[in-house]
Design a protein around this ligand. Sequence first.
Ligand SMILES: [Zn+2]
Length: 620
Amino acid sequence: MTHRINRRDFLKAASSSAAGMYALRSLPVLGEAGKSLLAVSTPLSTFSYGEVQLHEGPMKRQFEENHARFVNLDEDRLLKVFRQVAGLPAPGEDMGGWYDLTGFSLERNDFHGFIAGHSFGQYVSGLARAYAVTGSETTRLKINRLVKGYGETLDSKAKFFVDYRLPAYTYDKLSAGLIDAHEFAHDPIAMEIHERLTRAIVAYLPEKALSRAEQRSRPHKDTAYTWDETYTLPENLFLAYQRSGNPLYLDMAKRFLEDDTYFNPLAKGNNVLPFEHAYSHVNAFSSAMQAYLTLGSEKHLNAARNGFDMLEKTQSFATGGWGPNEAFGEPGVGQLGDSLSATHASFETPCGAYGHFKITRYLLRVTKDAGYGDSMERMLYNTILGAWPIQADGTSFYYSDYGNTGRKTWYKDKWPCCSGTFPQLAADYHLSTYLRSQDGIYVNLFTPSSVRWTDGGTKLQLTQVTKYPFENKIEIQIGVSQPHEQTISVRIPSWATPNPILMVNGKRVFDKVEPGTFASIRNTWNDGDRIQIEFPMPLRLEAVDANHPNLVALVQGPLVLMAVAESQPTFESQSLLRAKPLNNPKGDWLASSIDGGQVTMRPFMTIDKENYSTYVRITN
Ligand SMILES: [Zn+2]
């Protein structure tokens, strides 16, 4: 009986919305019989891509740049490696870089042809999400052609993967592309191709998720095989199950949860992050979250929550970035501070930010803890929004440089991993800005944008007008088709002390608003009502780690202000805290260094080719 009720509610909700196909996404995932395929329904859910619009600003610019880059990328080039292996006519130029079939040599440190076709699925995924945002027919048709073209190269044994270096790595991304083409661009054959690929790929995978240490202990002719990332597979497999109801994916997802060496110890609070590869192990947290959502496994929720906590407390820079040289270090020995003089490969930015946004969004949905929004925001403004756009030839931004004297550079090889996650992440900005609860809406990121939805017979819209984080004020304009009772919750960042201000139509609604929480306003809203927010944004200093108390970042609100200088400057700490804003378009501040010189302090977002120091020295 329950099933019938579920089904009826589901259809009613879907048809009562003007954008019925989008309404499906915010409801429990239902199988054919109307039975929920999720064990857990989270207190917060995401809006669909199409319900949120970004307005003029850096997030919209990055989304549009990525969308345009991949809509305009030649399909023959994208499909070439798959066609070559299949023995089909393979016109078009080589993609170059990591994407090609040959050239890789660890001895020569040559990553040409490192992982043929590795990012194809991510480009399709990014396009599918962009289609969900824009509804662009050009984009949808391109997705259809790419999926069809890929399907033509796939034989029943998936021979593309014979002697392939990293089969799990590339399968995971192909999986994302195909299930997203199905889900967001309604591609008619993507799910069938996904099943064929999945049935064939099993022959190339180990029996379970292997840690890199376990992989190294198994004989293999190619040492780079030990880099394969079987432990990231379950997230997309659980999603494939939710989107198709096919138990094949559920069984496989469970099999590749890296319980023995990763999730079990994390769930017990044992910090097993040190010396693991950084991005892929943060990405694996999202597999644990899907295990929680799909199976109801509290152990996996605890693993993800503890793991993320350890990431923030023991592995993170002031920017929110983590994992110098793509590895986690041993906590308590000053590894982050030491890395500033040892490497310029401080944070794998597009991939790391993508993984970070996903896990913070999952944890926010489950816990409603504003701290995850704070963490996402720190990552947004200090890492990915400062990444240069992917160039037409595949030249990409990869590492952020927090070295004592750093600068932005292009990655040496074209079409690396970070060219795959960037378009996915930029589309996902739409999912991260607002969330919804049973009785209202959560404003998580402050950025020029709007969200539209319906509640019963009422149409609602919120529009944010702000220059945040370059200004401390945000106005949220409320549009309703008729007066409507609704709770609007606004994230109050933990740094917004001492007295953040929240007003409705110019009047303060609370005596005191608590930083580090969501402040909720329940009200019967009228069309044209306004919520005004004003955050104190005091300057503060954050040491790189406890072992290096004199290496600090200057932070204002969510923004790290980096010293623009040819070499790392030294300040007296109080004079650094007396830096003054220049109120220019770059968001610069000016601080007096110990030798009396004036040093420009600039956010990562507006740094271009100039040398900078993320951390500066203080004398006391
Ligand atoms: Zn990457």
